[in-house]
Design a protein around this ligand. Structure first.
Ligand code: HEM
Length: 544
């Protein structure tokens, strides 16, 4: 009996081990041949030890760009392949590889992938954005239309709005800091600047106070929506079975925020539509031009996609670049930069007052333009460019890159590549953009991306950054607060390392007006210009 029992137990044990081995083999065959969308690419190094279903997704940790940069330098691989769950991806970490993929082979890397959460849930009832749409005739047309709003003459037309908003930041900081007595956290002033610029550009509206409930709602929803585009907050995009588990809170949040966003987008479009029918004279908001447009044959979906793309593309990127630059300017080294910038401004314009006014028209101070460029290089707001997907095969250094593979460009690493920027690539030096000895090749830096899906608003953004930085430097001497100085380390400055858009942690600065009388004159002149150019918009109250 004992023998019989022993025999049956061992038989059971052997047969269950065999079953487990067969099951294991099946799982491996499935993962190897069927689960991963594209087989290993020959000639591109691959990271070892990915997890069975997640691949390297969780190993990338909270801060994907920083982990990828560390792997790249640890193994000496500027380009490597990895698995994001079921999707094969290539990570670009050097200037040259980003150039080869995005510029030289731009027709092969012009597409964007479809993601379950952002496209399938958040954008299911409304439009996605241009920046997240796959490449097709509709996206092509939308990019063409958007391009026409950011040409040089269109940017000139935006002058009055830029005047109003940049002046509102300076006057707000000036009066609220009470002659420099109160140390200021500049974040909310610049957040409103970015949102108002986009609101005025897109819908011809602005928020007069930083506490407006709709403003706060839009800011919060925009932040949540941008998290659905991030690589590290949406594992369900890469590990399909997670979409069906009951505890998927992300899907629920996506639905809630989608409904709210759809409502405020519809309300704003409706109000533009009504104002068109009530008014005879044309106005220049993008929404109004799109609604009036008959040549391009735009559908309502096109209009929503264009507006959604502009709002989301411009809002956080402009804000995050400006806020960290103010942080840098407040440091000891930054104070020297302010001095150099101020001297350069005085040599480029007849007077500080003239510089304040003309900063909107053209970029005359080479140093201020270089400061903005260096800020974009050193602190690119999107540390990983929004994913691309290859739409045809091409050869990179002997390796055949297949159609359908995900491409991530690590701007944090690419923009600090020593082979391009030299041994001081890890230092913030605006002068590198002025010095004739340095020969930095196009596209100079990758904060705006590159190639066929590069940001459509490079000139517009540069003008905003230039005008805001010049006006700040002409208005104030900025120094750091001892209690709450800015963290300017290129990795650690981020408030949330997992966010798609890198925003600097809170800090305070001391602002001493260089010349209060002149500044107040600048405010009054700006108000007069705004009242003339935009009579139906509320003028920013001066809190004297
Ligand atoms: C400092 C400011 C800005 C930065 C750093 C920035 C950065 C970027 C980046 C990295 C991309 C993706 C490019 C690629 O994949 O190669 C992008 C796309 C885009 N950006 Fe910007 N952007 C900025 C401001 C703006 C503004 C102000 C607007 C609108 C007025 C805007 C509209 C767009 C649009 C529509 C796209 C989608 C392009 C496409 O996929 O075809 N951006 N931007």
């Amino acid at each position: 009996m004992v023998l019989l029992l022993g025999c049956s137990w061992s038989t059971v044990f052997v047969s269950s081990s065999v079953a487990a081995a067969i099951l294991g083999a099946f799982v491996l065959i499935y993962v190897w041949f069927f689960y991963v969308d594209i087989p290993k690419i020959k000639g591109i190094p691959e990271l070892a030890s990915g997890e069975l279903l997640a691949g390297h997704l969780y190993q990338l940790g909270e801060d994907h760009a920083t982990t990828a940069e560390k792997w790249s330098s640890k193994y000496g691989w500027p380009v490597f392949q990895l698995r994001m769950g079921y999707r094969r991806a290539i990570m670009l970490n050097s200037f040259d590889s980003a150039y080869q993929f995005l510029v030289k082979n731009q027709s092969a890397t012009i597409d964007r992938p479809w993601f379950y959460t952002f496209h399938g849930i958040v954008s299911a009832t409304s439009a996605a954005t241009i920046g997240t749409s796959p490449w097709n005739d509709r996206t092509k047309k939308q990019r063409r239309v958007v391009g026409s709003f950011t040409t040089a003459p269109s940017i000139q037309r935006l002058g009055p709005m830029l005047d109003l908003e940049t002046c509102a930041v300076i006057s707000g900081l000036y009066y609220d800091s009470q002659g420099g007595e109160i140390k200021m956290m500049p974040h909310v002033y610049l957040k409103r600047l970015s949102l108002n610029l986009m609101m005025m550009f897109c819908y011809g509206k602005r928020f007069a106070t930083v506490t407006d409930p709709l403003l706060l709602q839009i800011l919060s929803d925009a932040n949540t929506i941008s998290s659905f585009r991030s690589t590290n907050s949406n594992p369900q995009d890469f590990i399909p079975h997670l979409r069906y588990t009951a505890a998927n809170k992300r899907t629920e949040t996506a639905k809630v925020v989608r409904e709210r966003r759809d409502k405020w987008l519809a309300t704003m479009l409706k109000s533009v539509n009504e104002s068109i029918t009530q008014r005879v004279t044309p106005k220049q908001s993008v929404a109004e031009m799109l609604l009036r447009d008959s040549q391009e044959g735009l559908t309502e979906l096109d209009i929503k996609t264009i507006l959604g793309g502009l709002m989301s593309g411009g809002f956080e990127t402009v804000f995050s670049t400006l806020i960290i630059t103010i942080g840098v300017l407040s440091t000891k080294e930054g104070q020297l930069m302010q001095q150099r910038a101020y001297e350069d401004i005085l040599s480029a314009y007849d007077s500080p007052e003239q510089a304040f006014e003309q900063s909107l028209a053209e970029e005359k101070s080479a140093y201020v333009a270089a400061l903005a460029k260096e800020a974009l290089r050193f602190y690119p707001p999107l540390k990983l460019l929004p994913a691309r997907q290859t739409c045809k095969e091409f050869v990179y250094q002997g390796a055949v890159i297949p159609k359908g593979v995900l491409i991530y460009t690590n701007t944090q690493a690419v923009n600090r590549d020593k082979a391009t920027y030299g041994r001081d690539a890890d230092r913030f030096i605006p002068e590198r953009w002025i010095s004739k000895e340095r020969d930095i090749p196009a596209p100079y830096q990758f904060a705006f991306g590159a190639g066929g899906r590069m940001c459509t608003a490079v000139n517009f953004s540069n003008r905003v950054l230039y005008a805001m930085l010049l006006r700040l430097i002409v208005a104030f001497e900025i120094t750091e607060s001892k209690e709450m100085p800015a963290n300017t380390h290129y990795i650690d400055y981020k408030e949330d390392p997992a966010a798609q858009n890198a925003i600097a942690s809170d800090f305070k600065v001391k602002l001493r007006a260089r010349n209060p009388e002149m500044l107040e004159r600048c405010f009054e002149q700006s108000q007069e210009r705004s009242a003339q150019a935009m009579p139906d918009l509320p003028v920013e109250p001066l809190k004297r």
